[in-house]
Design a protein around this ligand. Structure first.
Ligand code: THU
Length: 164
């Protein structure tokens, strides 16, 4: 038996104002996107903003449905929109934030497994790291420099065709 340990790396900033101006701005854009959330069932708003290499910023939010599984997280709304409309313009960074009137959110919201899998595919597709900024309004910001740190055991395409 061999025991393995995997370390993941991320940076924590105590507040959004400690970030450089580009990252700070992207977090504020994710916060703006909260306004478009359609979340009448969970009352949990999630906003996302993508900064593309060209400088363009895309916004998205969670979109729920009365048939609950038909809804989609903000991250995947953002990434599928990018894939359908801007895939030739790589994503530099993605900021995600959340808000609910029901209780204070004290830590950044971390993305679900399905969103991580889609982030991994986008990163692979553009062949450059996708930075993720998990932004807690009135709290810390976690910065992750690539999806490998969020999902060290990700499934990747080569497994379908090569022995590794
Ligand atoms: N949600 C997101 O949009 N992103 C996440 O990272 C976690 C969860 C949404 C899905 C649903 O609309 C609501 O938050 C509650 O789960």
């Amino acid at each position: 038996m061999t025991e393995h340990e995997i370390k993941i790396a991320f940076k924590e900033y105590d507040t959004v104002s400690e970030l450089n101006s580009q990252d700070h701005n992207l977090c504020l854009e994710a916060k703006k996107a909260l306004a478009t959330s359609h979340s009448p069932y969970s009352k949990f708003r999630v906003g996302a903003a993508l900064l593309l290499k060209s400088g363009k910023i895309l916004h998205a939010s969670n979109q729920e449905n009365v048939a609950y599984p038909s809804g989609l997280c903000a991250e995947r709304v953002a990434l599928f929109h990018w894939g359908a409309n801007h895939a030739d313009d790589p994503i530099v960074s993605m900021a995600v934030t959340a808000h609910t009137n029901d209780f204070p959110i004290l830590k950044p919201v971390t993305s679900c497994g399905s969103c991580l899998q889609v982030m991994a595919e986008c990163e692979k597709r553009q062949n450059s790291p996708l930075r993720v900024l998990l932004y807690c309004i009135n709290g810390p910001v976690w910065v992750i420099d690539g999806i490998q740190s969020l999902m060290p055991f990700m499934f990747f395409e080569e497994r379908l065709t090569q022995s590794t």
